[in-house]
Write a protein that binds this ligand. Structure first.
Ligand SMILES: Nc1ncnc2c1ncn2[C@@H]1O[C@H](COP(=O)(O)OP(=O)(O)OP(=O)(O)O)[C@@H](O)[C@H]1O
Length: 304
């Protein structure tokens, strides 16, 4: 559905993203992880034609027969929201503070040609779809009257309004508290037609995506199914990322807890290392999910 080939992003002579290639099929949920500054956001913004001034993309990104890279702004405007749409980290900067929520959701549809009355009706359906309570009341509210989690749901409703084939989320839950974050992640996983999910949080990517791309220094250094990458990382940088997040590959010791076996209850997310795990539970085959403190943990293997 989306095929990115040798996408390169530059600011003058400085190369910020180097020949990134990947594909996303219909319905697929792909994570894009990597440390701050590794090029995740610029990769996503290239697909939306939203690169900052002075930053340019080359290469190819084909979707539905269109090449999104280098497409004139007038054509991109039509595709944005319809082919690909994006949810950003901070909804307050994306929402218009002076406009009621209902009007903002309606407007994205009328801009794409939906008759106003129909768009208004659909806006209420969308607010309901993103599980906002009392959609009619929310539609009449201004952004500052909603909680951070509710505003992010509104952004998701706006992103889904024109039925895009691909949803891109850039750290959509970073600003939310942990319980709200978990609900939002479940919602995104449920409603996204296909997903490119950007985060630096491995636990989040493990709970939402099936496949992952690891970026480092502007390049994709590793990619594959979550389970494979998280249990058998091939790149040293991925190993480091896993160790730092305590999602360790089999046999890796965590220096901070070396020599002691934490109680089983400490790892409510379960464990991917079933056969070697002293705390093996029926959930152990799953990749660790979110735990209470927002991080994922794998089990500790004293004998490894
Ligand atoms: N407008 C710009 N001009 C020049 N360099 C830029 C510009 N925007 C970003 N960069 C640089 O490009 C690199 C990649 O940035 P990018 O925002 O894509 O990283 P990221 O992986 O998304 O990081 P984060 O997780 O912090 O958002 C960084 O070194 C950044 O400083």
């Amino acid at each position: 559905m989306l095929r990115v080939e040798r996408l390169t992003v530059r600011a003058d002579s400085l190369e910020l993203v180097h020949e990134v290639s990947f594909a996303i099929g219909p319905g697929e949920r792909v994570g894009l992880i990597g440390e701050s500054g590794s090029g995740k956001s610029l990769t996503a913004l290239s697909l939306m034609g939203l690169l900052p001034e002075g930053v340019t993309a080359s290469g190819k990104a084909t979707m539905g027969g269109n090449d999104l890279v280098g497409m004139p702004e007038s054509r991109l405007k039509r595709l944005r929201g319809q082919d690909v749409s994006m949810v950003f980290q901070e909804p307050m900067t994306a929402l218009n503070p002076l406009m009621r929520i209902g009007a903002q959701v309606t407007e994205v549809m009328t801009l794409h040609g939906t008759p106003r009355a129909q768009a208004r009706e659909k806006a209420l359906d969308l607010l309901e779809r993103v599980r906002l309570p009392e959609p009619a009341q929310i539609a009449r509210a201004y952004p500052h009257q909603l909680s951070g989690g509710q505003r992010q749901r509104v952004m998701l409703a706006i992103a889904l309004a024109n039925q895009p084939s691909l949803l891109i989320c850039d750290e959509p839950t970073t600003a939310l508290d942990v319980t709200v974050q978990k609900q939002m992640l479940e919602l995104i996983a449920e409603v996204a037609p296909a997903l490119l999910f950007i985060t630096h949080d491995l636990a989040v990517v493990a709970s939402v995506c099936e496949r992952v791309l690891v970026m480092y220094g502007g390049r994709v250094v590793e990619s594959g199914p979550i389970r494979e990458v998280f249990t058998r990382p091939r790149h040293r940088y991925t190993e480091g990322l896993l160790a730092a997040s305590r999602l360790t590959p089999r046999g890796t010791r965590l220096p901070t807890i070396k020599g002691s076996v934490p109680p089983a209850g400490q790892f409510p997310g379960g464990c991917v290392f079933r056969n070697r795990c002293p705390h093996a539970t029926p959930e152990c085959e799953t990749v660790p999910a979110l735990t209470g403190d927002g991080h994922a943990h794998a089990c500790w293997h004293p004998a490894d």
